[in-house]
Design a protein around this ligand. Structure first.
Ligand SMILES: [Mg+2]
Length: 242
């Protein structure tokens, strides 16, 4: 078996269609996570976002940075996102929070002509499905030089501020964007975020970043393809090599 793929049933078998593994070049819709998926995790935009969350919470609640950080992590663990905890416990306006935390310096992110070429060659509609905001997604896609490939973005606001991997928002996303799961592929760096997608019948692609939290749940049997270099892999799919 190839090092970068788990064994799958041959793609021409009718059985694969019923269990949601679409031949990649036949996919009607490609659903991409944004952060650490469409650009390499080493860029570490989350490091900036994490610091900006801490500063926002400190100012919003009048705490010092250490206390703000403790609360940020406590709410993250309890509510799934720090933002949800701040909304539920303190009546925070999520739009101000999102605007502040995503106001990151994108000069650390290089344009990706390889990703642009791969997306141009890849058949099918492309959608972004992110726990961040549309504004952040549009800035990142613009910086990468691939914004024109994504007509649709489903963000945390569209998800009523509920993050992946809550299963309900995957259903909301496929309804909103008329996605047929059995004809769709979802690409993500957080392995556990692919479980609800596979349960709905989507084909899943895990972008391996080397982080422990990205790998959480990767051995649960819902990963159909494992990828280390997304632009290269997409170009191979587009060329019919995969
Ligand atoms: Mg991600």
């Amino acid at each position: 078996m190839a090092m970068d793929e788990f064994p799958t049933v041959p793609e021409t078998s009718p059985a694969t269609r019923s269990c949601g593994i679409v031949p990649l070049r036949d996919a009607e819709t490609w659903i991409f996570d944004l952060d650490n998926t469409l650009y390499p995790a080493r860029v570490d935009l989350f490091g900036q976002i994490d610091e900006r969350m801490r500063a926002f919470i400190a100012r919003f609640l009048g705490l010092d940075l250490d206390a703000a950080y403790a609360l940020q992590k406590q709410y993250f663990n309890h509510y799934g996102t720090s933002m949800r905890g701040l909304m539920d416990r303190h009546g925070m306006d999520p739009s101000a929070f999102l605007a502040h935390v995503h106001d990151v310096d994108l000069s650390v992110l290089d344009p990706s002509p390889l990703l642009e070429e791969a997306l141009a060659a890849l058949p099918g509609r492309k959608v972004v499905f992110t726990n961040a905001s549309v504004a952040h997604a549009e800035r990142v896609l613009g910086r990468l030089g691939v914004k024109h490939h994504f007509a649709e973005i489903f963000d945390i606001v569209a998800a009523d501020y509920r993050p992946k991997p809550e299963p309900e928002i995957y259903r909301l996303m496929i309804d909103r964007h008329a996605v047929e799961p059995s004809r769709s592929v979802m690409v993500e760096d957080m392995a556990r975020n692919l479980a609800p997608a596979a349960a709905l019948g989507m084909t899943t692609v895990w972008v391996r970043t080397g982080s422990d939290w990205g790998a959480m749940g990767a051995d649960a049997g819902h990963i159909h393809h494992v990828v280390d270099d997304l632009p290269e892999w997409l170009a191979e799919v587009a060329a019919g090599v995969r």
